[in-house]
Design a protein around this ligand. Structure first.
Ligand SMILES: NC(=O)C1=CN([C@@H]2O[C@H](COP(=O)(O)OP(=O)(O)OC[C@H]3O[C@@H](n4cnc5c(N)ncnc54)[C@H](OP(=O)(O)O)[C@@H]3O)[C@@H](O)[C@H]2O)C=CC1
Ligand SMILES: CC(C)(CO)C(=O)C(=O)O
Length: 330
C-alpha cells in the first residue's frame, strides 16, 4: 500500500521516515524548502538512543503525489486543514483512508467536510524536534493513537517502532491530548525547553490554571477524558502544583523529555509561523461559549502568544503566573 504523508514537517518527516525505513512505500508531500532540506535523506533518532537513516524519500510538491495512495496521513498544522482538503480531494483514490495526525479536536471533521468522505482521527503523543537538515528527533515517550479502520497497515506501523493504539471512540483521547497541549502556550511564552519549563513550579502552576478551566468545562459538558498518563487527567493540576521534589517523585516521567525539545507552538514562534492557537486554547474558548461560560486563563494565554508573534518576549514563571491569576480574577 502506498502511503502519502501530507505535510513534510516535523511529524510528517519523522513518521513517514520511520514507515519508509520499515519497508513502507512512502511519498512525502510538502513545500520546496522541505524537499531541499530532505534531499540528502533522513536521520531519525529517538530518546532511547535509536538511530535510523534513510535514502531520500519520494517527494511531491503538490497533491498529485497522493494519487494511488491507499493511506494519507495529514501532518500539516490545523490552520492548513481546510486548504489541504481542497487540494487533496481531486487526487484522492476512491478507497483511500485519510487519517489526521494533528493536534486539536476538529481537524478530522474539517478535512471530512472538505473531502466529502469520513476522515479517521489520530493523535501523536510524542514530541519531534528538528536537529538540522533531514534530522528529526523523537524527544519524548508517547505513542500513536488512531480510530479503528480495517485498512490500517498495523504490521507496518509496529515494524516501524510506532505501534498503533486503536480506539473505538477517539474523542476522549483528543480532549485528553488537548489538556496536555495547553502547555504549548506556556512553553512558548517561557522561551525554555519543555523539560526546564516543566521543572519550574511557577510554570507548572500556570499550566494547572489552564487545565483546570478545561477540566471543569469537560465535566460540565459530560466529555470524558482518556487516561494517557499514569495519572488520571483530573489529578494533573494538583500534581503540577506540587513542590519540585515531590513533583519529581510522583510525576518524574513528565520530565523524561529531551533537554532541547520545545512545544510545537514554541517552534511556530521561533520560525515566525502563526501559532496553532485556534485549535488549542481556542477550542477551550469554544467549549466555554457553548456552555455559556468563559475561559479567561486560556483566553489570556492566546492573547499573550499572539502578542509574542509581533513583540517577542520571554516570561518568567512568576510573572506569567501573576498575570494568569489576575486574568482568572483572583
Ligand atoms: N511537533 C511536534 O512535536 C508535535 C506536533 N503535533 C501536531 O502535528 C501537526 C503537525 O505539526 P508539525 O509537524 O510540528 O508541523 P510543521 O509545521 O513542522 O509541519 C507541517 C508542514 O506542512 C507544510 N504544509 C502546510 N500546508 C501545506 C500544503 N498545503 N501543502 C504542502 N505542505 C504544507 C508546512 O509548510 P509551511 O510551514 O511552509 O506551511 C510544514 O512544512 C500539528 O497539528 C501539531 O500540533 C503533535 C504532536 C507533537
Ligand atoms: C508532544 C507535545 C505534547 C509536546 O511537545 C505536543 O503535542 C506539541 O508539541 O504540540
Amino acid at each position: 500500500m502506498r502511503i502519502a504523508i501530507y505535510g513534510a514537517g516535523l511529524i510528517g518527516a519523522y513518521v513517514g521516515g520511520r514507515l519508509a525505513a520499515a519497508g513502507g512505500d512512502v511519498v512525502l508531500i510538502g513545500r520546496a524548502r522541505s524537499r531541499a532540506a530532505l534531499a540528502g535523506g533522513l536521520t531519525l533518532t529517538d530518546y532511547t538512543g535509536a538511530r535510523i537513516t534513510t535514502l531520500p524519500l519520494p517527494f511531491a510538491e503538490g497533491s498529485e503525489g497522493a494519487a494511488g495512495a491507499g493511506l494519507v496521513l495529514i501532518c500539516v498544522k490545523s490552520r492548513a486543514s481546510a486548504a489541504v482538503a481542497r487540494e487533496l480531494g481531486p487526487h484522492l483514490a476512491p478507497g483511500a483512508l485519510v487519517v489526521s495526525l494533528q493536534n486539536g479536536i476538529g481537524n478530522a471533521a474539517v478535512l471530512a467536510e472538505g473531502l466529502g468522505r469520513p476522515v479517521l482521527p489520530g493523535m501523536v503523543g510524542f514530541n519531534v524536534a528538528d536537529q538540522g537538515p533531514g534530522h528529526f528527533h523523537q524527544g519524548s515517550q508517547g505513542g500513536l493513537h488512531m480510530g479503528v479502520d480495517p485498512r490500517l497497515p498495523l504490521d507496518l506501523f509496529a515494524r516501524a517502532g510506532l505501534p498503533l493504539t486503536l480506539h473505538a471512540d477517539m474523542a476522549p483521547v483528543l480532549w485528553s491530548k488537548l489538556l496536555m497541549n495547553l502547555n504549548n502556550a506556556v512553553n512558548a511564552l517561557s522561551g525554555l525547553p519543555l523539560r526546564e519549563e516543566l521543572a519550574t513550579r511557577d510554570f507548572r502552576r500556570c499550566l494547572a490554571l489552564a487545565q483546570e478551566e478545561l477540566l471543569a468545562l469537560c465535566a460540565e459538558a459530560g466529555q470524558p477524558l482518556a487516561r494517557l498518563t499514569p495519572l488520571p487527567a483530573a489529578f494533573l493540576p494538583k500534581v503540577l502544583r506540587l513542590p519540585d521534589p515531590l513533583f519529581r517523585l510522583i510525576a518524574g516521567n513528565m520530565l523524561k523529555i529531551d533537554p532541547l525539545a520545545r512545544s510545537s507552538m514554541a517552534d511556530d514562534l521561533a520560525s515566525a509561523r502563526p501559532p496553532e492557537l485556534d485549535a488549542l486554547n481556542g477550542e477551550v474558548a469554544r467549549l466555554a461559549a457553548r456552555l455559556n461560560r468563559t475561559a479567561p486563563v486560556n483566553a489570556r494565554l492566546s492573547r499573550l502568544v499572539e502578542d509574542a508573534t509581533t513583540t517577542p518576549d520571554r516570561w518568567s514563571g512568576e510573572a506569567l503566573l501573576a498575570d494568569l491569576q489576575r486574568a482568572r480574577g483572583g
